[in-house]
Write a protein that binds this ligand. Structure first.
Ligand code: NBG
Length: 804
């Protein structure tokens, strides 16, 4: 193919011989070593480069085709990405897995040992960051011209360890050895300002920053599956200006002072904020957000100008998705670029901005809707605060004219909260400055429109849409679960399901085939054996997700204690279970950390008691991340999705587990509702209050102690916890449940525990269970991220594929 400059690109082959030739030449020329002296790390990095080259070639062709067609681009702005390990993905997508294995072995390297050196970049906290990665995967797979923008944190989400059962956070220096998948582009650096003041210059407002930091991008390749499209995710890293090193001070022996400005600048991309539940209120976080936005928008504008001159067409060429409120400063920043720097008229600029951006909200927790102190924002970004005030004036005029004399509404909708403290409301700004706002599951979008964002929905109902989340079947079935994938492909007569997940439907017919059912069971059993946690014949009962009280790990724990008590009482008739927990708590979230501590304490007691042998095991592998998820999900029989209804925006772990044949025990919350609608009520274990009932109970002077007094098993479980049967931490957990129980754990306890008895009954009939399991997978095709992207394209982005 001719790539603009008339030079032919040599195609890199994918046969074992060609792969081996390139592996060796990379070892010599790029790594500077030889087979004889290569370390495992040398071999790993060389392998990565050899695989990366094959994708880079596709990337060049993709970029040429995209450039040629001058399409509408989808730009995904996200403070978080959980991309997962890159090696296995890139081997699969480039079709070089087998060639690589042979080449490594021929050179005397052990492929598994080398693959184990691949470090996952943990640049996100949980669902929101992994969703971003799944959407990028699907965008590339569907040949949509797209770029993901994010921050290249030096330290990703903390590494979790347990000390005496307590969570301890360790720094995650993921790129300590360097990252062979990354392409740094120091020549594309952007300059980002902070602080300073605003003045009038030639009739325009001009911001004179008081501090300047550089943003240096690097990109990772995002290959599509079953296509040659390779998109990129571009991550920004803060760099100090050369001038920030103070040579005079250094020469005077003031070493720390000499670098303090540089350190301050580079701290911006030092750490991922390990908090996905509360606005941290710290200036550094706000700096990170502006840093991401400022670098990315300049890059987007630069890319626009490669092929386009006229601002009129900017929204036709550019769809920018704001992933939650973290990148919402992009709205005033684009206004500033257009009005102050480009000299466009305010109203005209606003019409461009409003057609360019869209906003996805990922929460229902009021405390997770970000706000920033007006003073802090005005100090850090003085011109942006002025612009926010101007946007607000326009918004409030519109509200007043639509709802005259409704002062309360004006107050609620204002971008500025006045009482008790003056705060900028980022979600309000997000809805105001975008074409579309979406929630991430049907219930979530409904609740957003009727509660948190109700006033905005009243004003602009057509600007709200739902796009239910989805997950990548490539990563979470094909890569995570090769055994099941092979069985599915043999059942369906091919692997087209990997890019058209609705084809899984075809598995439903195979539930009548006893040998297929047996193979299905064998695959699940093998995954459990490979995981190596607990008896592979026991029911693997899995709760993997961030720790948050609304998700209710404490409810699962009360169930475990109840089973333990039943066992101790003798005559236990439940099925053997391994209960697996996985997840991290935000370092400052003490209540969640107490629950982690208590789970570990219960595990110690239960697992050590001979009475539980063969009946109950509690396991809690530390440091749950994408790599671990890929091992646990295939092994799960039961998926715990037990949040208080009305709190979980969607969930995506629920989808991954369903696709891998786990049955769900869950409330009518988030996407559970849609999962149950599809897999069928008979194949789903439903319990608990629904969202309206939970809301009513909470506002109705809920008394958790009533449940404690009226339910003997619950009382026994809480008494044991409170009395210290599992150590001192139990006291705090029990007290919080008995005194407040904000998430109605005790109210749902009986319904949950009884529903678990139904789970036991279903498990005892293994043929029935297997049929239900197959049907779960067969009917979960809707939860492909490809469908999610198709919905975004149809409802929000209106962008078309470009095929290289
Ligand atoms: C999370 C929700 C999940 C949802 C993911 C992805 C945040 C702020 N929200 O329910 O809690 O599945 O977003 O949409 O991380």
């Amino acid at each position: 193919m001719d790539l603009r400059n008339g030079v032919e690109i040599r195609s890199l082959g994918t046969t074992p011989g060609e792969f081996r030739r390139d592996l060796l030449s990379n070892l010599y020329y790029r790594r500077g070593t030889t087979v004889e002296s290569a370390s495992a790390q040398d071999a790993y990095e060389t392998l990565a480069l050899t695989v990366r080259d094959r994708l880079a070639e596709r990337r060049a062709r993709t970029a040429a085709a995209q450039y040629e067609s001058n399409p509408r681009w989808v730009y995904y702005l996200s403070a978080e990405y959980l991309l997962g390990p890159q090696l296995e993905q890139n081997l699969l997508y480039s079709g070089t897995g087998e060639a690589a294995r042979q080449a490594l072995e021929a050179c005397g390297f052990a492929p598994d040992e080398i693959a184990a050196l691949d470090v996952e970049p943990g640049l996100g906290n949980g669902g929101l960051g992994r969703l971003a990665a799944c959407l990028l995967d699907s965008l590339a797979t569907m040949d949509i011209p797209a770029v993901g923008y994010g921050i290249r944190y030096d330290l990703g989400i903390f590494r979790q360890e347990f000390q005496d059962g307590r969570q301890v956070e360790r720094p995650d220096d993921w790129a300590f050895q360097g990252d062979p998948w990354e392409f740094p582009a120091p020549d594309d650096v952007q300059t980002v300002g902070f602080y300073g003041h605003v003045e009038e210059r030639d009739g325009r407002r001009a911001w004179i920053p008081g501090e300047v930091v550089l943003g240096e991008p690097s990109h990772l390749l995002v290959p599509g599956y079953g296509t040659t499209t390779v998109n990129i995710v571009r991550l920004w890293r803060a760099r100090a200006h050369r001038a920030s090193f103070d040579l005079t001070r250094f020469s005077a022996g003031q070493y720390a002072e000499a670098v303090q400005d540089a350190v301050r600048a580079e701290n911006i991309s030092k750490v991922l904020y390990p908090d996905d539940s509360t606005a941290s209120g710290r200036e550094l976080r706000l700096k990170q957000q502006y840093f991401l936005v400022s670098c990315s928008l300049r890059d987007i504008v630069r890319r626009f100008h490669i092929r386009n001159a006229d601002w009129d067409t900017f929204p036709d060429k550019t769809a920018i998705q704001l992933n939650d409120t973290h990148p919402v400063l992009a709205i005033p920043e684009l206004m500033r670029l257009l009005v102050d720097e480009e000299g466009l008229d305010w109203q005209y600029a606003w019409s461009l901005v409003r057609r360019t951006f869209n906003y996805t909200c990922h929460t229902l927790l009021p405390e997770a809707l970000e706000t920033w102190p007006v003073d802090m924002l005005g100090h850090l970004l003085p011109r942006h605060l002025e612009i926010i005030y101007l946007i607000n004036a326009g918004l409030l005029d519109e509200v007043r004219s639509r709802f005259p004399d409704d002062l309360d509404r004006v107050r609620r909708m204002s971008l500025i909260q006045e009482e008790p403290a003056r705060l900028v409301r980022m979600a309000n700004l997000a809805v105001t400055g975008t074409a579309m706002t979406n929630g991430v599951a049907e219930l979530h979008t409904q609740l957003l429109s009727s509660t948190v964002l109700r006033d905005f929905h009243d004003l602009w109902p057509s600007r709200f849409a739902n796009v239910t989340n989805g997950v990548s079947p490539r990563r979470f079935v094909r890569l995570a679960n090769p055994g099941l994938s092979a069985l599915i492909s043999s059942g369906l007569g091919g692997d087209r399901w990997l890019t058209d997940l609705s084809l899984l439907e075809g598995l439903a017919a195979l539930t009548d085939d006893a040998s297929f059912r047996e193979q299905w069971r064998d695959v699940k059993r093998a995954a459990k054996a490979a995981l190596g946690l607990g008896d592979p014949d026991a029911l693997m009962d899995v709760m993997i997700k961030r720790f948050h009280e609304y998700k209710r790990q404490q409810l699962k724990l009360l169930h475990v204690i109840t089973l333990y008590h039943r066992i101790k009482a003798g005559g236990y008739d439940g099925v053997p279970r391994t209960v697996l927990f996985g997840g991290k708590a935000a370092p400052a979230y003490q209540a969640a950390k107490n629950i982690i501590h208590l789970i570990n304490a219960v595990a110690t007691v239960v697992n050590a008691d001979p009475a539980t042998a063969g009946l109950l095991r509690v396991v809690f592998p530390a440091n749950y991340n994408i790599t671990l998820a890929e091992h646990i999900i295939p092994a799960a029989d039961l998926s715990e999705q037990i949040s208080m209804a009305g709190k979980e925006a969607s969930g995506t772990g629920n989808m991954k587990l369903t696709l891998n044949g786990a049955l769900t025990i869950g409330t009518l919350d988030g996407a559970n509702i849609e999962i149950r609608d599809r897999v069928g009520a008979d194949n789903f274990f439903l319990f608990g209050l629904d969202a309206p009932a939970a809301l009513a109970l909470r506002s109705d002077a809920y008394q958790p102690r009533d449940h404690y007094h009226s339910d003997d098993e619950l009382r026994a479980a809480l008494d044991a916890v409170q009395a210290g049967a599992f150590g001192g931490v139990g006291h705090e957990v029990a007290a919080s449940l008995l005194d407040r129980d904000e998430y109605l754990t005790l109210a749902d306890y009986r319904s949950y525990v009884d529903c678990q008895t139904e789970v036991d009954a279903a498990w005892r009939d293994q043929e029935r269970w297997t049929t239900m399991s197959i049907l779960n997978t067969a009917r979960a095709g809707f939860f492909s991220a490809d469908r999610t992207v198709a919905d975004y394209l149809d409802r929000i982005w209106h962008a078309a594929p470009v095929r290289p």
